[in-house]
Design a protein around this ligand. Structure first.
Ligand code: PMP
Length: 311
């Protein structure tokens, strides 16, 4: 991988990007035994700030708990490390990738003998689903791969191994000419995108699949639910069928990497006029408003960083 930033926080210290490497016997490499986060930092009216840092680190520790990882650092240490790595790289906007994984200490499946190692990268990363995805919207398609149920793979955890499913879904979508793939749950209801949650608009209200539909409890999903409340728009969690999505007035995907992305077509069918819908646009604007000071009630979601302050 080409160099994307100067420093990576690796097991407690900042190391040059090139030196943040792992051994080939790393347990997480063989079995997907890792838990991770995707977080963004934005330029904001409070200065460069990490968005919903506490919530992301809380989810990281919840993921670690589900997979019974003994985290070698506290929540406060990891939050501070996130701030530190953004500051050290002189980034004002960034994508952060904290990851905790079982290291090299034996290949037994329990991971006995493997320490939990933790790294945090921060680098510039544009809109995940394409530079014009926010403005133009994207085309998506349902995958033939279904999401595993939570009693097989606990999807509340954001774990490395779960992304084998995501990769199959997004690769299949690309093969069919779509920008992103959507999956159903084993029960046949709409679940989520390969790396995003799904919302549809029906009669002016937002509907999103419940956690029981094998979805990750997305932080952007939660942000959109709060922004909808600001707009006085009703939000319902409901088991969606595929045909209800085809009949929706609007649709969009949410995720930290993707942000809020309008969907113009699903399985080749245009939603509305195939252009980003009015409620989707309002929510995108409200989302931007979090960072420009126009919705100060959400300032607690911003963790300001003093760029250039460390190292
Ligand atoms: N579902 C999956 C499978 C994801 O990987 C992500 C991205 N983390 C999401 C949903 C959206 O979650 P968030 O808004 O917290 O990034």
């Amino acid at each position: 991988m080409s160099k994307r930033a100067d420093w990576i926080w690796h097991n407690g210290e900042l190391v040059p990007w090139e030196q943040a490497t792992v051994h080939v016997m790393t347990h997480g490499l063989h079995y997907g035994t890792s838990v991770f986060e995707g977080i963004r930092a934005y330029r904001s009216h409070l200065g460069p700030s990490i968005f919903r840092l506490e919530d992301h680190i809380h989810r990281l520790f919840a993921s670690a708990r589900i997979y019974r990882f003994e985290m070698p650092y506290s929540v406060a240490q990891i939050e501070e490390a996130c701030r530190q790595v953004v500051a050290a790289n002189h980034l004002e906007e960034a994508y952060l990738r904290p990851i905790a994984y079982l290291g090299a200490g034996g290949l037994g499946l329990t991971g006995q003998g493997c320490d939990v190692e933790v790294s945090i990268a921060a680098f510039e990363w544009g809109a995940y689903l394409g530079a014009d995805s926010h403005e133009q919207g994207i085309e998506v398609g349902f995958s033939s791969w279904v999401r595993p149920p939570s009693h097989s793979t606990p999807l509340m955890a954001k774990a490395g191994g779960h992304y084998l499913s995501s990769r199959l879904i997004s690769q299949e979508a690309r093969r069919h000419g779509y920008t992103e793939g959507l999956a159903l749950s084993t029960a046949g209801f709409v679940s989520e995108g390969a790396g995003e949650n799904i919302f549809v608009v029906e009669n002016g209200a937002l509907v999103t699949p419940p956690l029981a539909a094998s979805v990750l409890e997305g932080i952007t999903r939660d942000t959109v639910i709060a922004l909808a409340a600001d707009l006085g728009v009703a939000v319902r969690e409901d088991q969606l069928t595929r045909e209800r999505v085809y009949a929706a007035d609007e649709m969009f995907l949410t995720g930290t990497a993707a942000e809020i992305v309008p969907v113009g077509r699903v399985d080749g069918l245009a939603l509305g006029d195939g252009r980003p819908g009015p409620l989707t646009r309002d929510l995108q604007q409200r989302f931007r408003g979090i960072f420009d000071g126009s919705s100060p009630q959400h300032d607690h979601w911003l963790a300001p960083i003093a760029v250039g302050s460390t190292v």
